[in-house]
Design a protein around this ligand. Structure first.
Ligand SMILES: CC(C)(COP(=O)(O)OP(=O)(O)OC[C@H]1O[C@@H](n2cnc3c(N)ncnc32)[C@H](O)[C@@H]1OP(=O)(O)O)[C@@H](O)C(=O)NCCC(=O)NCCS
Length: 174
């Protein structure tokens, strides 16, 4: 089979119902109105994926500024089952990696996956993500309830002392 055309497009009030439908079909977890309200404001952090002009996937992220670091959190990234292994997930991850690359100010990208989601774990490993933590009872209404945290490190945080010493050196040499 020849591969079709994969494109990403904005999420707008006009097509947000397609995103809701897609997420309902692809994920075992449901997302509330606040999620979709925020997605409409997310700009490049939320995209629909089209395969030959049909919506078949979507990615939704948000910026997380907790714990003194700036992280990109992938809330959802999914593709309809019949359209998997065609490069659609790759196109969405590449978009996210491009976004953080251009911004240049993120420490990590992370997400949660159900511990039995082998395909997603394999998929993210390909892009340099690693399991950094496993959270028990992370999900409330699905089994297994445990989640792995998958993370890709973009830059190693510099310990405060080194920054301080660097400043001292600069002053000393001027
Ligand atoms: C994970 C997911 C997004 C991958 O999307 P996709 O469009 O199939 O991914 P791609 O076609 O770009 O795959 C890229 C590579 O990832 C790896 N990969 C993807 N699915 C895989 C699977 N089921 N088993 C093993 N490796 C897999 C392969 O190396 C693949 O390259 P290849 O097809 O040339 O071998 C898709 O399976 C999905 O939507 N799953 C349900 C939603 C979900 O769990 N999302 C993750 C949590 S946000």
């Amino acid at each position: 089979m020849t591969r079709g055309r994969i494109e990403l497009g904005d999420v707008t009030p006009h097509n947000i119902k397609q995103l809701k439908r897609l997420n309902q079909v692809v994920f075992p977890v449901s997302y509330n109105d606040k999620f979709y309200k925020d997605v409409l404001e997310a700009g490049e952090l939320a995209k629909l994926a089209y395969y030959n002009d049909i919506v078949v996937g979507a990615v939704c992220c948000r910026i997380d500024n907790s714990e003194n670091s700036r992280k990109l959190y992938i809330m959802t990234l999914g593709c309809l089952a019949p359209y998997r292994r065609l490069g659609i997930g790759t196109k969405m991850v590449e978009h996210v990696l491009n976004f953080v690359g251009k911004d240049g100010n993120f420490d990590t990208i992370f997400l949660h996956v159900q511990i039995n989601n082998e395909s997603a774990i394999q998929f993210y490993r390909k892009f340099g993500f690693e399991v950094v933590e496993t959270k028990q009872h992370y999900y409330k209404r699905i089994e297994p309830a445990d989640a792995h945290v998958l993370q890709k490190t973009l830059r190693i945080p510099v310990p405060k002392e080194i920054v301080t010493n660097g400043e001292a050196d600069k002053k000393g040499s001027s």
